[in-house]
Ligand binder design. Structure first.
Ligand code: NI
Length: 171
């Protein structure tokens, strides 16, 4: 397994729309396992392939306390979303240090495939529902800060630019 580099907002590659996975082979399974390792070591609760500059519809999520419940969603599709919504403070490995409240449907039903190409459907609620919607947004080239006000987005971009300037200065 190996860790992958994570793209940081506002990198334009985060805006790419991911294409469906069609081949379920060892290369895919290696990518899924590298994505899981990258997510766990960050540490984070979810990662979309877009964030590691692979523009394929692959998501890994683990919202468990013990970090022993990995969910893999390949080619995820939203089948339904509840009218009931929840507000949750979200963060993102591509926007380090930024946590902002986003309102989303509280429950979603998702159809996807596992890393062996086996289809499944899952009802997601609470953290898992928030996380799967956040990660599915990444596959559409959307980062959670885009739900915030223009002013907040501008502040976040300024903050990220300063962070990247500091990083460049250090190397
Ligand atoms: Ni994210």
């Amino acid at each position: 397994m190996s860790q992958l580099a994570i793209l940081e907002y506002p990198d334009p590659r985060l805006r790419k729309i991911a294409r469906p996975v069609t081949i379920f082979d060892d290369r895919l399974r290696k990518l899924v396992s590298d994505m899981a390792e990258t997510m766990y070591s960050a540490p984070g609760v979810g990662l979309a392939a877009t964030q590691v500059d692979v523009h394929e519809r692959i998501i890994v999520i683990d919202v468990s306390e013990a970090k022993d419940a990995l969910h893999v969603f390949i080619n995820p599709e939203l089948l339904s979303a509840s009218e009931e919504t929840i507000e949750c403070e979200e963060g993102c490995l591509s926007v380090p240090g930024v946590y902002e409240t986003v309102r989303r449907p509280a429950k979603v039903r998702v159809r996807a495939m596992d890393e062996h190409g086996r289809p499944f459907e899952r009802d997601c609620s609470d953290m898992l529902a928030v996380c799967v919607q956040h990660e599915m947004d990444h596959l559409e080239g959307r980062v959670f800060v885009e739900y915030l006000s223009a002013l907040k987005q501008m502040r976040i971009r300024t903050r990220m630019r300063k962070r990247h300037a500091r990083q460049t200065a250090l190397t």
